[in-house]
Ligand binder design. Structure first.
Ligand code: NI
Length: 226
């Protein structure tokens, strides 16, 4: 399941994050890659763990914490400190699956990658190519969102970034360990929560709402590890 989440950042917030990261130190993207990914990946990345990346990353994490769609779809236990990449001049990232476990360099922090996230930080009209192409059991999906919007997808998916042939594609990317490890259970909870929200929007006093909300929480209690 792919979930597109619009407006994680407003236009002004995108500009703020871009001003911060554009003035940072960019390095070869392969600094964070495993041996196999290093052959597939050609891009630049904001220096891992630098003050600029930390500041911009925390800004994004703050916005995520209050985004109801993100919380409902990911049921996050741990979120990896956001990283930033830039593709230009034909750069691309060939087909790969993200590493299952991600440590943070120099810290006692590691996560199991259940969900991968890309938050777009450049407007689609400012570059050609650069689509994030994701294969899942329902087929192949090509994603190119407005700046400030984010796509969440299962980290088990094979995916790639197509060559950027004009302009620059700038994005933040990171991973989430969910409280609910099983993708089928997580998707059911997301569908149930969305249905409850729809009923609530139509009739906040609907007599079944309390029972349905109870079922949602009791399923979370049954399936979540915290
Ligand atoms: Ni990837």
């Amino acid at each position: 399941m792919l979930v597109n989440i619009p407006d994680i950042l407003t236009r002004d917030e995108v500009a703020e994050v871009r001003a911060l990261i554009d003035s940072g130190t960019w390095v070869d993207g392969n600094e964070t890659s495993g041996a196999q990914a290093a052959k597939a990946k050609r891009n630049a990345q904001l220096a891992d763990g630098c003050e600029t990346a930390r500041k911009a990353g925390n800004f994004i994490l703050d916005r995520l914490q209050t985004n109801p769609v993100f919380i409902s779809a990911a049921l996050p236990l741990k979120v990896y400190p956001p990283l930033f990449n830039r593709y230009a001049g034909g750069q691309a990232f060939a087909n790969h699956v993200d590493n299952a476990i991600r440590p943070v360099r120099g810290q006692d922090f590691r996560i199991r990658t259940d969900l991968s996230a890309t938050l777009f930080l450049a407007e689609p009209e400012d570059y050609d190519g650069g689509e994030l192409v994701i294969d899942d059991t329902y087929g192949t999906h090509s994603v190119k969102q407005p700046a400030g919007s984010m796509v969440l997808y299962p980290s088990t998916s094979l995916h790639r970034v197509l060559p950027v042939t004009r302009g620059a594609r700038v994005a933040s990317f990171f991973w989430i360990q969910s409280m609910v490890r099983d993708i089928g259970q997580r998707e059911l909870l997301y569908d149930l929560d969305r249905s409850i929200q729809t009923i609530h929007a139509g009739d906040a006093a609907h007599p079944s709402l309390v029972a349905l909300t109870g079922i949602y929480h009791n399923l979370v209690r049954r399936w979540a590890d915290v």
